[in-house]
Ligand binder design. Sequence first.
Ligand SMILES: [Fe+2]
Length: 544
Amino acid sequence: MKVLGINAIFHDPAAALVIDGETVAAGEEERFSRRKHGKRPVPFSAWELPEQAARWCLDQAGIDAADLDAVAYSFDPALARPAEEMGLRDPWDHLRLAYARTAPGFLATALPGLDPGQVCFVPHHIAHAASAGLASPHPQTDVLVLDGRGESVSHLAGRYDDGALEILASQALPHSLGLVFEDVTEHLGFLRSSDEYKVMALASYGSPRFLPELRVAIRTTGDGGFRTDPVDWSSLVKARSSGEEWTADHADLAASLQLRLEEVLLELAGWLQGRTGGDTLTLAGGVALNCVANSRLAGDGPYRRLWVQPAAGDAGTALGGALHVARSGGDLTTPMPGVDLGRGWNDDEVEAWLTTARVPYERVDDVAETVASALAANCVVAWFQGRSEYGPRALGHRSLLAHPGYADNLERLNDVKGREQFRPVAPMVLAARASAIFSRGPLPSPFMLFVHDVDPAWRDRIPAVVHVDGTARVQTVDPVDEPLVAQMLSAFERRTGLPVVVNTSLNTAGRPMVDDPRDALECFGSAPVDLLAIGPFVVRRRAF
Ligand SMILES: [Fe+2]
């Protein structure tokens, strides 16, 4: 079967293509449209489809819309209820449902040749669950989905056995861990449905002094579900407006919420494992992007193995929806082959972009050695190699790299990216070296979805990537999976003795990650980056 997955309902519109059970392409619309998160997460935008991402998926496979056997749309309006009945205050939610019901017609317009009858609605949380259970390498696995909301629930707990999902619990709205986190994100002056990770980062600067209040308001119910009672956040901490300096009070609220989230996740995982006796848990839903909570779950939870969908937010439902429909149609689905499911260019195509831009460039013998040499000289490098990543993390395909040994490289990279100074940057490390430097979080960790403790002996050697609490969000690099990145890391280690490089996403503030070569050149041209390594070519800002 040829199945196109579409996520369009809330935010992070994305498309994915699964052919005969194999994931061949996946991309987020923001990388094409250059609008962060693709669109605003409001009911008025629910009609907007990932048109460019969907067309690219078809082009990538050399097929037309008419060739598709099914289109999986990751929201089923038949399962929704009016917002007021679900206890949600959203007077325009009916628009969202109306747009969802007419999605087959919209899709047929966006993808000429598509039969609207091929569009099937996949329940939102089943699409998330499949993005974990079916995309992971574990055919027998428990699955937990936690996000803001789907049609009428915010959570799913279940188990996959050889591709078949048994749902064991779900939590009806308005109770939602994701919506609570979004409320606090907004209260702390950040953008809801976008900046939740900033709350997690801020948490490490605070102490959880509001934990008693949150333990009352947010609690599990012993049946696999939970309650989230309304909280007057202003009674705890004065709201922060965006642009205002954050205070210790704001950090304390973030720390309290973060800790309570971790406690509740542990209780939910404990309940699920008690039902199944399973040893593996896969996670999806926006809450699963909380890498601090993931590490807590891995360390203190009941499971031996934890696998998190790298595109755990709604973008991942495009892939999950497609895998679910393919499996339901009788195809044997295979695990996702990696995160590099997006666009890529051959050397000739890259060179054509460079020629068009009329920038001085050179083809180097060994781009890994050249970049390692530049990094050892404390240059900031834009690294553009292979196909782009699916999900919010740069994992060695569209990355900004720097030397980890200089503490001020954190500030330098945050300046390049024009973002808040409390935001950490992350280390990429050769997988074989990781356990000597990082502990507590699970290793290997190829998708940067957990935090680890940095060994005290290493903290002074790689200060740029050590967070204020002594942790780091690690990406381990295996030479089999990522040969070029591993070569670069090895070459850097030969020069510096450090098997670690600073890695952050290749973009500037408020913009999506770089995706095509022109984006890379624009980013390089507008930010103080010393070297652009794009395919086998390099562009230097200055001689070094
Ligand atoms: Fe979701």
